[in-house]
Design a protein around this ligand. Structure first.
Ligand code: PAJ
Length: 324
């Protein structure tokens, strides 16, 4: 109730009345029921109407204030919040979006299960001094008759693109739509999703989208596991196993530092680290060119090591830039 009261505070007419018919609705339903379809959380404005948010942001732009956008799917953790903090340092107005984008999930993936907690997300964003949150519904982002998609750039084809067909088409489409709804000076993306960052950078370059893409470093738990909304699916045992991803990347880094240049030998040791932790399903372990993602057989320049592996039913990804 405490969290709910926090968000409900501006909707005094609902919050004050325990018998109000909207009392047991979700936050999204409550927001939809408010005449303005928006509320303020500790001064941070929350819109569920993308159109209203767009109009307000256009208005703010006429005041020549710089705008930073942080697109997310919610279930926020410190990795997401590091993007908000960097945006806060660099921009007059910080906008975060929360939208679990159905078109980037395949039918067998975890769209239905994906963690959603708008209350906690709004509190975290308000604490990080975000100014505006856009949390639109799927019906508004993909209204009846929606049929226009972005064909993602070539860098979307391997790795995640091969394992998750259609994923980057969904990502590129929703991100371009968000760029139009929130015409920002800068947009912040984590290196945790290394290939996604490249897909967005190439799309922005190819389609001349007037936004600067700011890459942000991977935020990790104390034991090295990259923070991810999906980590909460892990059992305590799986959580221990999951450490193998960052350990495999540590091993790759050590080998490169000690002079190893044979990508096959490095990948072999990374696979051993994953297998040693009992990870049976490995989608890929590669060393690739950091800009094109073309696989490398020898390390004659900078490279990125990328891993995707399953722990139980949870699919985890991680990566590290390797300097030779
Ligand atoms: P989501 O997985 O919620 O991630 C939102 C942003 O947070 C992405 O840019 C992601 O790379 C970044 N991020 C996640 N974990 C991080 C970590 N441990 N350290 C640093 N940054 C991290 O990525 C998406 O959502 C979606 O595909 C989206 C771009 C919003 C389009 O739907």
């Amino acid at each position: 109730m405490h969290e709910r009261a926090f968000v409900l505070a501006p909707a005094a007419e609902i919050a004050a009345d325990w018998h109000h018919p909207l009392r047991n609705k979700t936050i999204r339903e409550l927001l939809a029921a408010l005449p303005s379809q928006q509320c303020a959380v500790n001064g941070m404005r929350v819109f569920i109407s993308a159109r209203d948010a767009q109009l307000e942001i256009m208005r703010l732009r006429t005041e020549r204030r710089s705008l930073g956008l942080v697109p997310t799917m919610g279930a926020l953790h410190d990795g997401h919040l590091s993007l908000v903090r960097l945006a806060r340092e660099q921009s007059d107005i910080v906008v975060a979006s929360i939208f679990v984008n159905p078109t980037q999930f395949a039918p067998h993936e975890d769209l239905g299960q994906y963690p959603r907690n708008l209350d906690a997300d709004l509190q975290a964003l308000a604490a990080a001094q975000c100014d505006i949150v856009l949390a639109p519904s799927a019906a508004e982002m993909y209204p009846a008759g929606f049929s226009t998609y972005v064909e993602p750039p070539a860098v979307a084809a391997p790795l995640e693109g091969a394992c998750r067909p259609g994923h980057f088409r969904g990502v590129a489409t929703v991100v371009l739509k968000l760029f139009h709804l929130v015409p920002a000076d800068r947009a912040y993306f984590g290196q945790k999703d290394y290939q996604q960052l490249l897909v967005i950078r190439h799309m922005v370059r190819d389609l001349a989208v007037p936004v600067e893409i700011v890459p942000c470093p991977i935020v990790r738990e104390a034991d090295g596991l990259a923070m991810s909304s999906r980590n909460r699916y892990l059992s305590p045992h799986q959580r221990q196993q999951a450490r193998a991803l960052s350990r495999a990347l540590d091993a790759a880094e050590r080998l490169v530092k000690s002079g190893e240049r044979d990508a096959r030998r490095i990948v072999g040791q990374m696979r051993d680290a994953l297998a040693g932790a009992g990870m049976e399903r490995i989608d890929y372990v590669v060393l690739a060119d950091p800009e094109s993602l073309v696989e490398k057989s020898s390390l004659d320049g900078p490279a990125v090591a990328l891993i995707a592996a399953h722990v139980g039913n949870t699919r985890l990804i991680d990566n590290r830039l390797l300097n030779t």
